[in-house]
Design a protein. Structure first.
Length: 132
């Protein structure tokens, strides 16, 4: 059996994954909260589940009239700012809960650390100077 970092399973299909990714992109503080690979994986897993449950509940509570367009039922729901804000709030709560979980304390950061960035910057400067 391979280590857990070698196993990637698609956790969600459209449109929920797209919605969570869009909210994450629009909300920079989420990236500050889920700043390690394990936190990011946990965040996406639970955000997909909780957003799916929330959207499912909203769909049951609200009759949608199909507009004949290319939008999904979830996108149709999110046109209403009340529902959109509920979904954004749910995604933020998930990020905050993951960030506060002591199980992730001490996880290495996502991406290179400052020392690695400095080494790369020096390498790039030397390489560009040599090519010039």
């Amino acid at each position: 059996m391979t280590g857990h970092e070698d196993v990637w399973i698609p956790l969600v299909d459209e449109p929920i994954g797209t919605i969570v990714a869009q909210i994450q992109e629009e909300t920079p503080e989420i990236d500050l909260l889920v700043d390690s690979p394990r936190k990011l994986l946990a965040f996406r897993t639970f955000a997909y589940i909780r957003v799916g449950i929330l959207l499912g509940r909203l769909l049951v509570e609200n009759d949608l009239e199909p507009d004949g367009g290319k939008e999904t039922w979830a996108e149709e729901l999110l046109k209403d700012s009340r529902y959109h804000e509920q979904v954004v709030r749910e995604v933020r709560v998930v990020a905050e809960e993951i960030a506060a979980d002591s199980a992730y304390a001490g996880d290495p950061p996502l991406g290179p650390d400052e020392d690695a960035r400095e080494r790369f910057l020096e390498f790039a400067k030397r390489r560009l100077a040599a090519d010039a």
